[in-house]
Design a protein around this ligand. Structure first.
Ligand SMILES: [Fe+2]
Length: 206
């Protein structure tokens, strides 16, 4: 299987990523966006809670240090074993690397794209090489807010309602896994729920 690299830019112009950021899960009732029923920074707890709703959460380790400016090929080489394992398990057809910096001229539009509740007809699978982002999943009567940081892998199953916020100053490098060749389509539910829940403020509560 070949890995495609749609984005051949290098990453040397990125600002430094927060070194202290931790993965976090908060679980809310869908009617109470203020007080979480559960909160954890512990990767094992997070993985266990997310496993109950069919979401895979893993922490990966780079096999070699990545220098600022690493190419997509170098990024993928550093996580090759985990990438190959996941591809073999789940039959992905392509893998790419995306990179978004806080001064990206289209950051507002890019952020806005997936801020409302939607689903996809394939799994949404992302590995954070650097930086962070906020996935929020709406499953049954619960809302699972997952702050993903460096070394986090999240696999949101096909048809799971969710939204994604990269924040006002997006800053991440992510490896994406795809099973369909015809692009990434979001089906929006038209519900306003995402607007009631916290948006992503990376430095808050850090
Ligand atoms: Fe999505």
């Amino acid at each position: 299987m070949g890995h495609s690299c749609k984005n051949n830019r290098t990453f040397k112009n990125h600002p430094p990523y927060r070194a202290t950021a931790m993965s976090r899960l908060r679980i809310f009732n869908e009617n109470d966006p203020v007080t979480p029923e559960f909160a954890s920074f512990d990767a094992d707890f997070i993985a266990t809670e997310l496993h109950r709703i069919g979401v895979t959460f893993e922490r990966w380790k780079a096999s070699q240090p990545l220098a600022p400016g690493a190419s997509p090929e170098e990024v993928m080489a550093a996580y090759r074993e985990d990438i190959d394992r996941l591809v073999a398990e789940r039959g992905f057809k392509s893998v790419d690397v995306v990179s978004i910096a806080s001064d990206h001229p289209q950051r507002e539009a890019m952020r806005a794209k997936f801020l409302d509740e939607h689903y996809h007809q394939e799994d949404e699978v992302r590995f954070f090489v650097a930086g962070s982002g906020l996935f929020t999943l709406h499953v049954g009567q619960k809302v699972y807010e997952v702050e993903c940081v460096k070394d986090d892998l999240i696999a949101v199953p096909d048809s799971t309602l969710h939204w994604f916020d990269m924040g006002e100053e997006p800053s991440f490098i992510a490896i994406r896994f795809f099973t369909e060749a015809d692009g990434w389509v979001g089906h929006f539910t038209g519900e306003q729920i995402a607007r009631k829940f916290p948006r992503y403020e990376p430095d808050k509560d850090a």
